[in-house]
Every structure is written in structure tokens, then in C-alpha cells.
Ligand binder design. Structure first.
Ligand SMILES: NC(=O)c1ccc[n+]([C@@H]2O[C@H](COP(=O)([O-])OP(=O)(O)OC[C@H]3O[C@@H](n4cnc5c(N)ncnc54)[C@H](O)[C@@H]3O)[C@@H](O)[C@H]2O)c1
Ligand SMILES: O=C(O)C(=O)C[C@]1(C(=O)O)C=C[C@@H](O)C=C1
Length: 369
């Protein structure tokens, strides 16, 4: 890794911070410089040793870098790309980004390619509704797809070097065109975010008429709307930079809603059954439990007796063992019988460690499905 001594990360939030952690873990000798528009973020990154150095002025930090990773909201990334065109950069520098849309970014980066500066678009397809440096996580990208959008075969060596630098993400790299990228993420990521947010807004209006509904918003509603808690600035940028594919996906969606509306009006039981049945078949066939586009849920189920403190006992064991939980759900509790506690972890390794700890340190039984 002689060529990669200095990496500059611009934007030290969920994604920038997580990438910094991955690079640090894999290549402790690489010097990581960070830039963020908020001084507190840089201070936290230094304090937590996520970066070695605060970048200060963008142009001078960029001039020292072997790799520049733009991890800012898409509109900000577009501005940095145009600023980079006026910077004095190292001859072999590799510039990449992590933005959720690619066509607008690749078009903007044309200005860099004209100056023989290598720009390879990137998008780690993993994330969270959380943002900011404190949410950064070295395991965030494990087993996720990391999409790259090189524009020519001449970029292959740089592409390989970038993948090497990012191998601590433990993600799976795939090369796609920017256009295909935006169509696919439009369908599988951006449209779902629009739908989740629309559902939450609709329910909010409804709750003013039925205040009790606020307390009933659980189960399916919670599962389908988690992503509505994502950062509105980031999502506004995503929609504004992927308008055309999204307009097509939305028209399709509207048509499907119109059909359901009609079936309900007509009381067409068969059509409604077919609708749910087709969805079930498709969803069950997706590679959810293998290493697919939809990451496997790493769940452990624990039979917990119905007495005060039993859940605390389980979480206490995990805390002592330093095993982090992503989610915790009580699936069933009835008086005098065992309830089932569903614990969700980041990866398979944590499930195994948790099972071993709970089985050996408590009287509760646990199982994986
Ligand atoms: N959150 C996700 O799930 C996810 C997943 C993959 C890719 N992305 C993409 O990654 C990028 C970053 O998203 P994130 O989730 O890390 O957001 P974030 O809000 O956690 O982090 C963004 C960072 O950029 C910094 N920033 C904003 N404006 C800046 C400026 N003008 N100059 C310097 N720094 C600035 C912020 O201070 C923050 O540290 C976005 O382009 C997003 O589309 C997000
Ligand atoms: O898991 C989430 O919270 C996400 O929204 C992650 C998600 C996605 O839609 O899959 C969001 C945007 C990114 O570009 C990539 C990943």
C-alpha cells in the first residue's frame, strides 16, 4: 500500500465515519485526515481516534491526499467535485464518493476526468436511519454490496486499489453503470423511503382525529416506517438527483394503488388475494436469508419467563460480554407462561456469542430459526 499513505475523508457522518473506522482497522499506518463543516464533528472524530488529523482548508488537505473520499450529502458532493477541478492534486490521486445517486455525480465528475483526475463513483449499499459521527460503525458494511461506477477499463487498476483500501468494509464490490445504479436504487431504496414517509405523514393527520392510534402504531407500521426517521436533508438531495427514474417508479406505484382502490370498491376478493399472494411468493423468494440484496436478519430467540427483571437479566449478560444489540422485541407475553424475546444482532458471529453466553449464564433457553 505504498501509494496510499494519506486518505482524506470529507464528511464525517455515518458513512464517512464508518469508512474511516474500516480503513483504520485494516491499515493502521494509513494517515486519515477528516473534514466536516461542523467543528464539533471533527473534534469528536479526533477524540475517538477515528481520524489522525483535521483537514482544515479543503484545497491543501486535498493536495496532500492519495485518496479523497467525499462522504457528504449529494448536493454538497457536487460542490466539492467542482472545487476539486481547481485544486492542485497529486498526479495519481483517486477521488471517490459514497452518494446514494450516481448519474448526477458522474456527470459532474466529467470535469475531473477532463483534467486526468481519476474519479470512481461509489455507493456502499448499507446504512441506517441514524446519521452523524456517533452512529459510525466498523461493521456497518459487512456483507453489503458496495457499488462502483468506473467509466472505462483504464480505471481498472485504480478500481482495484480502491477496493483494496476499502477491504476492511468486508463488503462485496460490484461494478455498474451510473444509470443502472439510479434505476435500481430508485426502485429498491428511494421509492420505499417515499412510501414510508408518506405513510407516516398520512397517519399523523389521522391521529389528530383518533389520538388513541398513536399508542397502537406498532408491529407492521413500525417495521415499514423505520426509514422515515432518516435525515431529511440527505433524502431531499437523493430525490432531487434522481428525479427521472423516480417519476417513472412513482407513476407505476400510483397505478398499482389505483388498482387496489378499484378492487376494494368492487369487493373483488380474488384480485386482492392474488395481489397478496404474488407479493408473498416474490418476497419469500428473495435471497433474504442468504447473502442477498436484503441482508439476513441475525436473530436469536430467547424463552423468557414472565417475572420482573427477566429481560434485564438477558440484556445484562449481553452487556457484560460487550455484545451490541440492533433491536429487541417481545414477541409474546402472557401471564404465567414463557414469552419470547427476539434479539437482533449485527452479524452471525454476535448471534453465536450471544447464544453461548445466554445458554451458559442463565437458565433460559435460546434458539435460532
Ligand atoms: N445513511 C445511509 O444509509 C447512507 C448509505 C449509503 C450512502 N449514503 C450517502 O452517504 C452520504 C453521507 O450520508 P451519511 O448518512 O453519512 O450522512 P451524515 O449526515 O451522517 O453525514 C454527513 C456528513 O457530511 C458533513 N457535511 C455536510 N455538509 C458539509 C460540507 N459542506 N462540508 C463538509 N462536510 C459537510 C456533515 O457534517 C456530516 O458529518 C450521502 O451522500 C448519502 O446519500 C447514505
Ligand atoms: O437501512 C436503512 O436505514 C437505509 O435506508 C439504508 C439505505 C437503503 O435504502 O437501503 C439508504 C440509503 C443508502 O443509499 C443505502 C442504504
Amino acid at each position: 500500500m505504498d501509494k496510499l499513505n494519506n486518505v482524506l475523508i470529507v464528511g464525517l457522518g455515518l458513512i464517512g465515519g464508518s469508512l474511516a473506522k474500516c480503513i483504520r482497522q485494516e491499515f493502521p499506518d494509513i494517515r486519515l485526515t477528516g473534514i466536516s463543516h461542523r467543528a464539533e464533528t471533527v473534534a469528536t472524530a479526533l477524540e475517538e481516534q477515528i481520524i489522525d488529523e483535521a483537514g482544515g482548508d479543503f484545497a491543501s488537505a486535498a493536495a496532500r491526499a492519495d485518496v479523497i473520499i467525499l462522504s457528504t450529502p449529494v448536493s454538497v458532493t457536487l460542490t466539492y467535485i467542482s472545487e476539486l477541478a481547481d485544486c492542485r492534486l497529486k498526479k495519481d490521486v483517486i477521488v471517490t464518493d459514497v452518494g446514494s445517486t450516481k448519474t448526477a455525480i458522474m456527470n459532474a465528475a466529467e470535469i475531473l476526468r477532463e483534467k486526468d483526475i481519476t474519479f470512481i463513483g461509489g455507493h456502499p449499499m448499507a446504512g441506517s436511519h441514524k446519521s452523524g459521527i456517533m452512529a459510525a460503525d466498523v461493521d456497518l458494511f459487512e456483507n453489503a454490496y458496495y457499488l462502483l461506477t468506473p467509466v472505462s477499463d483504464a480505471q481498472q487498476p485504480a478500481c482495484r486499489l480502491l477496493q483494496h483500501l476499502l477491504r476492511g468494509t468486508r463488503s462485496k464490490f460490484l461494478t455498474v453503470t451510473a444509470q443502472a445504479h439510479d434505476q435500481m436504487t430508485g426502485m429498491l431504496s428511494h421509492l420505499p423511503h417515499i412510501i414510508a414517509s408518506a405513510l407516516v405523514n398520512q397517519s399523523d393527520d389521522f391521529i389528530t382525529r383518533f389520538p388513541l392510534a398513536r399508542r397502537l402504531a406498532a408491529g407492521g407500521f413500525r417495521d415499514i416506517t423505520r426509514i422515515a426517521s432518516s435525515d431529511p436533508t440527505m433524502w431531499t438531495d437523493i430525490l432531487m438527483s434522481n428525479r427521472k427514474p423516480l417519476l417513472a417508479h412513482l407513476s407505476d406505484w400510483q397505478q398499482r394503488m389505483t388498482h387496489i382502490h378499484a378492487w376494494l370498491e368492487q369487493g373483488d376478493r380474488e384480485a386482492i388475494f392474488d395481489f397478496f399472494s404474488a407479493a408473498k411468493e416474490t418476497r419469500d423468494g428473495l435471497p433474504v436469508h442468504k447473502e442477498g440484496a436484503i441482508p439476513a436478519f441475525h436473530d436469536l430467540y430467547v424463552n423468557v419467563p414472565d417475572y420482573p427483571g427477566s429481560i434485564a437479566e438477558v440484556t445484562g449478560i449481553l452487556a457484560v460480554e460487550n455484545i451490541s444489540l440492533i433491536n429487541l422485541k417481545i414477541l409474546e407475553t402472557r401471564e404465567d407462561i414463557f414469552g419470547i424475546l427476539q434479539l437482533t444482532f449485527k452479524n452471525k458471529k454476535d448471534v453465536e456469542r450471544a447464544k453461548q453466553a445466554i445458554d451458559s449464564q442463565s437458565s433460559f433457553t435460546s434458539f435460532e430459526k
